[in-house]
Write a protein that binds this ligand. Structure first.
Ligand SMILES: O=C(O)CCC(=O)C(=O)O
Length: 188
């Protein structure tokens, strides 16, 4: 558990440098969607950002082999029930993601995010609490459950550098791989 936020767990070096390089290669060989301000890939289930919904028509098919292998590992290590949906986000320096709570009726109780490429600072905000920032190091796995999943918003500021332990660190290209279980309409 993280010192300050219930349900926040950050596992450094969850994968090796070789695994990270191979994953980036596999991801870059896939097609990117460019309909947001950043490029994304969706697997397992498509997610509608505007409607904030998932229904049975949005099933895309099985995860690609590299994502299946990671989902196996997540399940084996007891980090979450087996993830069924993966979103890959690409952030060039200067790009971020608005503070949000992942759709509660769409996704299960644990959200996981693997960082590839560059690290970055992630901001966490909850009404009535002081904002926090955590450092997502390359190859780290962030697990959000409990209050960290349901009560705290997480986001990444759109900027080109972060101050980490008092030192300004330039961002490079970061690719995150998020894993979720899905709660579809017919199962609610
Ligand atoms: O890039 C990340 O680590 C977070 C991604 C995220 O919050 C999302 O896809 O909803």
């Amino acid at each position: 558990m993280h010192d300050e936020i219930d349900g926040l767990r950050l596992i450094d070096a969850w994968i090796s440098a070789d695994e990270a390089a191979a994953l980036l290669c596999a991801i870059d060989a896939e097609a990117w969607r460019a309909d947001l301000s950043r490029r994304v890939q969706h697997y397992g289930w498509r997610y509608d950002y505007k409607a904030r919904s998932i229904d049975a028509s949005m099933r895309l098919g099985p995860l690609p082999p590299w994502a299946e292998a990671l989902a196996d590992r997540v399940e084996r290590e007891g980090l979450s029930a087996r993830p069924e949906q993966v979103i890959v986000n690409e952030y060039e320096p200067g790009q971020g993601i608005a503070a949000h709570i992942d759709c509660v009726p769409c996704f299960g109780p644990v959200v996981l995010s693997l960082s590839l490429g560059s690290g970055c600072a992630m901001d966490l905000r909850r009404e009535g609490a002081a904002p926090r920032a955590i450092t997502l190091a390359p190859r780290s796995l962030l697990a959000l459950s409990g209050e960290a999943r349901l009560a705290w918003k997480h986001g990444i500021a759109a900027r080109k550098s972060d101050v980490i332990d008092g030192v300004r660190v330039a961002r490079g290209r970061r690719v995150s791989v998020t894993f979720r279980t899905v709660r579809i309409e017919s199962e609610r």
